[in-house]
Design a protein around this ligand. Sequence first.
Ligand code: ASP
Length: 359
Amino acid sequence: MNAPLRSWAGSLIALLLCAICWQAAVAAEQRKPHVTILATGGTIAGAAETGTQSGYKSGAVTIDAMLAAVPGIDKLAIVKGEQVANVGSQDMSFEILIKLAKRINELAPSADVDGFVITHGTDTMEESAYFLNLTVKTNKPVVMVGSMRPSTALSADGPLNLYNAVGVAADPKAKGRGVLVVMNDQIHGAHSLTKTSTTAVETFLSPLRGLIGVASYGKNDFYNTPPWKHTTQSEFDISNVTKLPRVDVVFADVDMPGDLIDCSVERGAKGIVIAGVGNGNMTKAAVDAASRAAQKGIVVVRSSRVPTGFVGRNVELDDDKLGFVASYELNPQKARVLLTLALLKQRSLSDIQNLYDLY
Ligand code: ASP
């Protein structure tokens, strides 16, 4: 072969190799899962003036800026972000949650969505996770994530939490386990997790049932599936709902007066959850007030202010006689979410009691 011919053949081979590499890159990109991030605010989107300042503003950073702080996230999935709200989760409302659930239900059937990540403050993450667990209608992973330190802090925990959350949302093994929360390398189920520390990065624990799995730099190990009904098996449908009935939580303590319960009734509550002492107990004055409420048709659920354990029926109080419901494993804030959704339709007390068993 003469020299010009050799160089022409060389160029052709190089061109062919380039085309093959390009095609392989396109195919690899096409195989990547698609994850949609719906942002709602919280400390993960919080900012302070300096890296060591303890005071900061929640929900100050947009989803695009958050994603820019997580190098390599595009290796896990093709990520798209949407801002649904930008609030500290102390200001999370049922209105925003209904909007969020409807948006997930709208996007979920698309072949361009393999999973969802919801960025959210940690303060009310557990009840939002549980609300979505009951109202989203998809088997695709829905993963909530937050952080304990604002985005500007020294050792901010948000970027790795977000990276791991996308890794879980992109993982087919996360399907069918209900809404998950990924924080601090741990994967929690919506039914069981609870916030336990006001400041520590390991704030979420699932004291009664343990973790669903662990997440480490985009690699996940799942070893648990929640036994309760959720998502596609859930009977709660918010597609035509814009407003939910009022349900209050009343905190029990030593010498608790009954008039807090009376006040709730006067303000139009359709349900009252007692954050009881011990096994859902309360003073005699409170039992009398709660029993008056129950006689008026207001649903009274006994839960507990104790962070772990089970509230059973007819233990120290005669629920059958008083017309009360026991929350079983749900803490007051989640017992309230379930009761709020249950009250969207007329149900007997025994039906409502049964929901605490099923969900
Ligand atoms: N107050 C913040 C929030 O819940 C705290 C956090 O995100 O950790 O939005």
